[in-house]
Design a protein around this ligand. Sequence first.
Ligand code: HEM
Ligand code: HEM
Length: 494
Amino acid sequence: MSARELPGPGRGERVADFFDGRLGIHSLGRKYLRKVFPDHWSFLLGEICLYSFVVLILTGVYLTFFFHPSMNEVTYHGSYLPLNGVRMSEAYASTLDISFDVRGGLLMRQLHHWAALVFVAGMLTHMMRHFFTGSFRKPREINWLFGWSLLFLGLFEGLFGYSLPDDLLSGTGLRFVNGALLSVPIVGTYLSMFLFGGEFPGHDIVARFYSLHILVIPGIMAALVVAHVLLVVYHKHTQFAGPGRTERNVVGAPFMPVYLAKAGGFFFLVFGALTLMAAVASINPVWSYGPYRADQVSTGAQPDWYLGFAEGLVRVMPGWEITLWGHTLVLGVLIPVVIFPLLLVFIGVYPFLEARVTGDKSEHHLLDRPRNRPVRTGIGAAWISLYLILLAGGGNDIVATRLHLSINTVTWAIRVAALVVPLIVFDVTRRVCLGLQLQDRERVLHGRETGLIKRLPHGEYVEVHQPLDQAALHTLTAHERPGRLVEHEPRSDQ
Ligand code: HEM
Ligand code: HEM
């Protein structure tokens, strides 16, 4: 065939050439489309965070088309008749319009709110899975900090978000924020005046939170998400021990096409599940709370679940006050305001604390089974128990009314529990881990119990044990052994 008869490159090839020449996508694709992803259900938690974040951005943008971040007073004449003729802020009126008069508005609002709740829940569980399996160890400490910053910003993003509609519940939350600021010694009043642009509640707070909510914080979060995921690609995934898995390789399916197909499907599953929740389950029905008025507080006011522990700290703290050099220090609020960030900071700096205490400076790419790290697992379980107890404290009025108890009894129970339960949980978890380690040891040395009883020639009855296969043996023994587990048993490997 002569050169003149050779078919030229097709249109697809020409388009690909055009982009490859300018963006170098061929070499990028060749390198990263084959990236290997290990398979484990817990890796889906990070994806739940990612996809709910995408849903938040999509629905948030839709809401910005109709939401008016203004505290100017208007008289409501929309479709929700019980509030007809009531004076309210433009922010609240536009939220009512989104809920009753904008096509798909209520669905979008509810989808945004449900996605926010799932987003933070996803982040907390994703974080705890990394905590319990030790994936935060060198070289991933910085990525842990990126993730932790996402969680920290996510909590405030949520608070700013549910403060925007300027309803009675969100106003009550803002009053709480104002109280916390006022408790700060010396500069408290200035901080409050600065944030609210004058005496609480002022006229500026919704517009200020709006800029933070739709621009500043999502911008920082989006950059952090990109950096977080890029670092996962750079470090490569950690994986659980198993046959063929070492500190130097990653065993799993390639990004293209297996992981991409799975991840794409999972995105639509998350999106679908959130939309279903938004379609059938009401969330934050602001019309039934009414507009915010500084002289009113509704009963049973609760923040969104992820800030319940901060509210709990304030509610269960005794109302101590002391006067120093003519200044009143409201310790009943100030102490919780200090403990709230400390609780979060502790978990943020934990990788560095652990490395310092254990002296472990080596790289780790194989994950720990939580039972093989009893102290860390105990600390994680204790931290979760404290978080949950304080969460219950944040709803002490609801607990008291639902269970027909005195609110003082509930408050005292939570005070005691917050001090005692985490210690008990730590100890019990540590012991359970040690017990499970011994169980593993039994299985490795003597095999799996089959439930079959055999009678020996001399009359003794014994249970038949089946040796584990090589893969199970490898999985159970492929971990570092930090020290002796049981004092009175001599170590067989010494
Ligand atoms: C991590 C990200 C985000 C979280 C956790 C979050 C959370 C929230 C929450 C809980 C609300 C109250 C919803 C309600 O009325 O019941 C809200 C309102 C709102 N959010 Fe977001 N949001 C996020 C990102 C965004 C983004 C990226 C935008 C815009 C680009 C946005 C725009 C809005 C608007 C306009 C409102 C007020 C409308 C309304 O409440 O009906 N949000 N947000
Ligand atoms: C917007 C929030 C977040 C998103 C979208 C996100 C997303 C992801 C994804 C997709 C992965 C890879 C899959 C996996 O191992 O689960 C990952 C890994 C990781 N995440 Fe997150 N994450 C977020 C928040 C957090 C938080 C709050 C922490 C902890 C404080 C955290 C710590 C980590 C660590 C240490 C890894 C590396 C694990 C490894 O290499 O195996 N992330 N993240």
